[in-house]
Design a protein around this ligand. Structure first.
Ligand code: F6P
Length: 583
């Protein structure tokens, strides 16, 4: 159901009319209806004995109080797992060791190990798109061998990494200069979704790291994602086209928002420096090098990746590595790749009971599908991890927000979870009340041992980081009644090494959930419907503005809204001349 209305603004500084649409559930079954027609080739996980056993086990757990579970030291000790500087404590989960055994049996029933191996072996587990899922190959060392279509892809990965290393050094050293001979010290990365959120997260995490700060001195990295012209204005405010390099990042090179933003920045450059400057000031990252060339970017200045890298899993490809290397230098980014690879090795080799992504995935399934808690709060007690929750929102919700099994059968249970989060302690002063007393929301508490930016004031009881961490340790216990926090703590590893491990842990956790729910975590048919409807609206706006054509083919609500929108903006000329941000 969709309905909407207008509010006339009372505030003169705001636009005269606001369009506000409230909507309620609109599951886009249309988007995957063709797949529902396919017949099931395998059993749904909810029909297996371990699933039924876990369903029966719920009553037993509901009788147990978390406070009692927490007082069982042996249980708590068994619920701590450590790997490579990361300590996972899941003792505040509403689960016993018996629950864990049952979850391991569920993993067996879902053939989890087999599915993980098939992923690493480059089998086409993204069956609806007929693709391998090999983001692990992006961080593999040079001598590793990982095959897709019978071909080792690692040499190709390193060919691109070497090209990025060389190119970023050329830019950073000033041997590549802009059209007017000035060093390109600023970068605007244009991209959206997976071509934006992962790189933004890593950039935000590195921005306060001491080594990274040194490497980035005098340079700026900005992102332009939203097609809103306000985002264009913000992304270029204070930048000089003469010293700016634009990196257009798009797997497909067809995403409407990115392509319009890319054309807008191309205009910004050529208006200031002449059309020939584009060659010096624009480069691209894409799997579609033909479209890159068509856009006017020299293919030599394009950095490839491959269709076996899902957009939301692409931060370790040129999507993230190029902009981050331009800002921080390749050697900083290489450390990031190594950290992710360490988790990749752990994920494929550790037994279930010691495997951090597997444990996190199984516990999420327990929370969502058995205890009935559909949301999950991601609460990093580190401002450097500020953009972690937005990144995981896409990785998790675009991956596992599915209504049909991988074989096209409608699921009789709800898969996926609702991810949201804020860094502690900001979240505490925002939405924690609901977590404390309103609803049961499983929480991922993420803490770090050492701050990137230690501060200590003489005379204060504790350092500023200890003050932060006091909250990190206190909140999970305050939530212990009916709440299920997990604690990550790491030791003796430089702070900037945290994000890459977290990133790989969460990627794999999401894969574990998808493998067990029996869905395809690597396609995203649901988002396509919105894209095609936007195309219809775009055509209508063009026709109405240019040729005064009536609005046709929309429901009453949308027709009314479009009419009011066109009326209220009728002072815009039908064919305006180019106008760039004035900020
Ligand atoms: O929103 C859908 C989506 O396809 C995401 O999966 C992807 O990360 C994003 O659009 C951007 O796509 P591209 O990198 O092709 O521009």
């Amino acid at each position: 159901m969709l309905f909407g209305w207008f509010l006339r603004s009372l505030y003169c500084q705001l636009p005269a009319i606001h369009l506000i649409q409230f909507f309620y559930k609109s599951l886009s079954f249309l988007g995957f209806s063709f797949r529902i027609l396919q017949m099931a080739s395998s059993t749904l996980i909810c029909d297996t004995e371990p699933w039924k056993d876990l369903k029966n086990h719920v009553q037993e757990i509901k009788k147990t109080h978390l406070r009692d579970l927490m007082s069982d030291t042996d249980r708590c000790q068994s619920m701590m797992v450590e790997f490579d500087g990361i300590l996972l404590d899941y003792s505040r989960q509403n689960a016993t060791l018996k629950t864990m055994d049952k979850l391991y049996q569920l993993a067996e029933a879902a053939q989890l190990n087999n599915k993980i191996n098939r992923m690493y072996n480059g089998e086409k587990i993204n069956s609806t798109e007929n693709r391998s899922v090999l983001h692990v190959a992006l961080r593999a060392p040079r001598d590793a061998a990982i095959n897709s279509d019978g071909k080792n892809v690692v040499p190709e990965v390193w060919k691109v990494l070497d090209k990025i290393k060389e190119f970023s050094e050329t830019i950073r050293s000033g041997s590549w200069v802009g059209a007017t001979g000035k060093v390109l010290k600023d970068v605007v990365a244009v991209g959206i979704g997976g071509s934006f959120l992962g790189p933004l997260f890593v950039h935000t995490a590195l921005q306060t790291d001491l080594e990274a700060i040194e490497c980035a001195r005098g340079r700026q990295l900005r992102f332009l994602a939203n097609v809103d012209p306000i985002d264009v204005a913000k992304s270029i405010t204070g930048l000089n086209p003469e010293t700016t390099l634009v990196v257009v990042v798009s797997k497909t090179f067809t995403t409407a928002e990115t392509m319009l933003n890319a054309r807008t920045l191309r205009e910004w450059i050529s208006t200031a420096l002449g059309p020939s400057a584009v060659a010096k000031h624009m480069v691209a990252v894409s799997t579609n090098l033909t479209l890159v060339e068509k856009f006017g970017i020299d293919p030599n200045n394009a950095f490839a990746f491959w269709d076996w890298v899902g957009g939301r899993y692409s931060v370790c490809s040129a999507v993230g590595v190029l902009p981050l290397s331009l800002q921080y230098g390749f050697s900083v980014v290489e450390k990031f790749l190594k950290g992710a690879w360490s988790i990749d090795q752990h994920f494929i080799s550790a037994p279930y009971e010691k495997n951090i992504p597997v444990l996190l995935g199984l516990l999420s399934i327990w929370n969502v599908s058995f205890l009935g808690h559909p949301a999950r709060a991601i609460l990093p007690y580190s401002q450097a991890l500020e953009k972690f929750a937005p990144h995981i929102q896409q990785v998790s919700m675009e991956s596992n927000g599915k209504g049909v099994s991988i074989d096209g059968v409608p699921l009789p249970f709800e898969a996926g979870e609702i991810d949201f989060g804020e860094p502690g302690t900001n979240g505490q002063h925002s939405f924690y009340q609901l977590i404390h007393q309103g609803r049961v929301i499983p929480c991922d508490f993420i803490g770090v041992v050492k701050s990137q930016q230690p501060v200590y004031l003489k005379g204060e009881v504790v350092s500023n980081h200890d003050e932060l961490m006091s909250n990190f340790f206190a909140q999970p216990d305050a939530l212990a009644v009916g709440k299920t926090p997990e604690q990550l703590q790491k030791e003796n590893v430089a702070p900037h090494l945290i994000p890459h491990k977290l990133l790989a842990i969460y990627e794999h956790r999401i894969a574990v959930e998808g493998f067990i729910w029996g869905i395809n975590s690597f396609d995203q048919w649901g988002v396509e419907l919105g894209k095609s409807l936007a195309t219809q609206v775009r055509k209508q706006l063009h026709a109405s503005r240019m040729k005064r054509e009536p609005i046709e083919g929309f429901n009453f609500s949308t027709t009314t809204l479009l009419t009011r929108y066109l009326e209220a903006s009728s002072d815009i000329p039908s064919d305006p001349s180019t106008l760039l941000p004035r900020i």
